[in-house]
Design a binder for this molecule. Sequence first.
Ligand SMILES: CCCCCCCCC/C=C/C(=O)SCCNC(=O)CCNC(=O)[C@H](O)C(C)(C)COP(=O)(O)OP(=O)(O)OC[C@H]1O[C@@H](n2cnc3c(N)ncnc32)[C@H](O)[C@@H]1OP(=O)(O)O
Ligand SMILES: Cc1cc2nc3c(=O)[nH]c(=O)nc-3n(C[C@H](O)[C@H](O)[C@H](O)COP(=O)(O)OP(=O)(O)OC[C@H]3O[C@@H](n4cnc5c(N)ncnc54)[C@H](O)[C@@H]3O)c2cc1C
Length: 649
Amino acid sequence: MDAPLLKERERATFNVTELIHLLNGSEEETKRRKELESWLYNNPVFRQDDRYQISREEVYERGLQKTRELVNLCRRKNIKFDSLDFARLNISTLEELPFFLHVIMFIPTIRGQGTEEQKRKWLPLAEDLKILGTYAQTELGHGTFLRGLETKATYDVSSREFIVNSPTITSMKWWPGGLGKTCNYAVIAAQLYTKGKCYGIHMFIVQLRSLEDHKPLPGVTIGDIGNKYGFHTVDNGFLRLDNVRIPYENMLMRYAKACDYIPPVNPKINYGTMTSIRVDLVKDASVILAAASTIAIRYSAVRHQTEIRPGEEPPVLDYITQQFKLFPQIATAIAFHFAGDYMHRIYDKVQSEIFDGHLSAITELHGISAGLKAFTTDTSIAGVEICRRACGGHGYSNASGFQRFYENWLGSATYEGENTVMYLQAARYLFKCYDNPKEAPETMSYLRYPQNKMEWNVKSADDVSNYATLITAFEQRALSKISSTAKKLKNLTHYGMNRNDAWNAASVDILHSIKAHCHYFIVKNYMQSLNHLKMSSPLRQVMTAVALLYANYGIDEHAGDFLESGFMNGKQINLVRAKILQLLKEIRVNAVAIVDSFDFDDRFLRSALGAYDGNVYNRLFKWAKLSPLNKTEVHSSYKYLRRILQSKL
Ligand SMILES: CCCCCCCCC/C=C/C(=O)SCCNC(=O)CCNC(=O)[C@H](O)C(C)(C)COP(=O)(O)OP(=O)(O)OC[C@H]1O[C@@H](n2cnc3c(N)ncnc32)[C@H](O)[C@@H]1OP(=O)(O)O
Ligand SMILES: Cc1cc2nc3c(=O)[nH]c(=O)nc-3n(C[C@H](O)[C@H](O)[C@H](O)COP(=O)(O)OP(=O)(O)OC[C@H]3O[C@@H](n4cnc5c(N)ncnc54)[C@H](O)[C@@H]3O)c2cc1C
């Protein structure tokens, strides 16, 4: 092992294993996760060393090979697709496999929106992979505005069938994962028409390809939409349906009935699958940022460059600017880890209420999950890029491992709800609660108390080491934004603008308000989670420093908001900045040990810069030699080079 990493690990002031178990939930959870990973990583099919030297078709084919291996493993070990074990296996592959949508959206939609009879019919087929489905909702012309989707499902009373049709080119389904070449079924979101009337979006099970030879069925035009930023293993596809007939029973009718139409108690229950993925994405944001931080911190501890004092070339991690870039990323990854735990707890609670027929909490769940999905994905996407840039030239190499995270994770700002739209949806709920504070849920209870122009009682750097004062700071910042925006909305409508136009006119302020609210929620949840957790005092000291860094860094990053709220003054902002420098120094000794606690296997990171042993340069050289251009000493294209060299200018 590279000496610098050895020394870094020896200096740690806490027990890494204790933090590994804390982040996993328990020692048993850690053991189980590592056992599952070993089953994957010891299988050569999951190799990735030549990932960037093969074609898109080979990448897709590899994806199917991995799918086959993963499915065989699940069958051998009796791991169900809706189990925590499967979720762990999925994240460990960190590759969106072609059948990914089958598991995370097709099956859950049937489970969530099918009648008992429909579940009995379709779930065994889907869980046993007798059919492979995707979630086909987005169209060429619409992804966000679901009420604007054009695909039609017209009920033919005489034959008790639905005629599913793509009436225009913009109504073609476009983007669904696995749609292009993999899936033979889909849940299709379509406008239900019966007896000449439109009843809005409902979900329909449609067979797309033959189960015999996988050829598209009559009336089905289908294919891959072409190369993208990432998700190369996934055949995101297009689909045009030309009056395809499906049985009446293929409309998912847990909440609505087609014949003599009975509407769902809450039509948004049809949006439930999207909510479940948004909830998952909050924890995924933590994993992605923790992985990127691991690479950047380990590399920064090994990379020696230039001088602080003449004659001494230190590890770049000793530069305060490098710490200022990277330590907040570690803190954010841990903050989002606890936010993800919160989201899953809330989701499970609301799901059990929904299965008991109570749909009232779905609006609150949507309001919270939409906001946190947008906030955590936006922040973590930016954080991965900060980690990459902090690794200089080698961060730009595919050998760094960053591209694999970055190219797939970039999509998270768009899929499962474009982030601006999600922020605005969350804001819609936030301002409703602001207008009716008594109905505000626990996460928004601070809205019940009007903002009192309190002064932040901070006189020294030590005062910004107090969770309560920091939580109050974020609360007051959010309240200040929300109350001034509410005033603006009120004025706009007071002077004659209708509510929708006023909402659009104030939407930039609304965006700032919801972001401030999400930030407040993350800080509060982070600190309260730490307070509830049992841990040794050396570990608590480290976790406290990291949490304080997250909050103080957030104040520094948005100093204008805190000053504008009148809650803080310039002197106090300087105290916050002094505190940040003190925390960077305190965290420095444990930086490598903290990322070791994220406990990523080298075969997950696949990074020459972030490997556990820190042996960066030999790994980089070994990786470079794999380049196809190095198969021969003189490349076959030399004939062109020779002409250039011999040509007369
Ligand atoms: C490791 C990496 C892994 C990575 C794993 C990656 C997987 C990638 C796979 C990607 C899959 C996809 O992208 S699948 C496709 C994802 N597509 C989307 O997310 C579409 C986004 N658009 C929408 O959700 C909707 O159009 C939305 C913007 C909410 C507007 O809907 P409507 O127009 O019907 O509603 P509005 O008129 O605005 O009224 C809003 C009201 O509806 C309620 N409402 C809206 N949505 C709701 C919901 N989901 N649940 C409950 N209630 C909801 C609001 O609370 C409001 O309630 P009141 O205030 O009380 O009225
Ligand atoms: C990798 C990937 C995988 C995907 N997988 C699937 C899948 O499996 N199944 C599926 O059905 N879909 C899938 N999608 C599609 C995805 O869900 C949509 O792209 C997404 O919902 C955004 O919709 P859109 O593309 O129409 O963007 P648009 O909504 O057209 O966004 C364009 C711009 O308009 C802005 N905008 C739109 N509406 C508003 C508004 N009301 N207020 C303010 N600004 C607004 C947006 O903020 C954005 O800046 C996938 C997409 C990607 C990238």
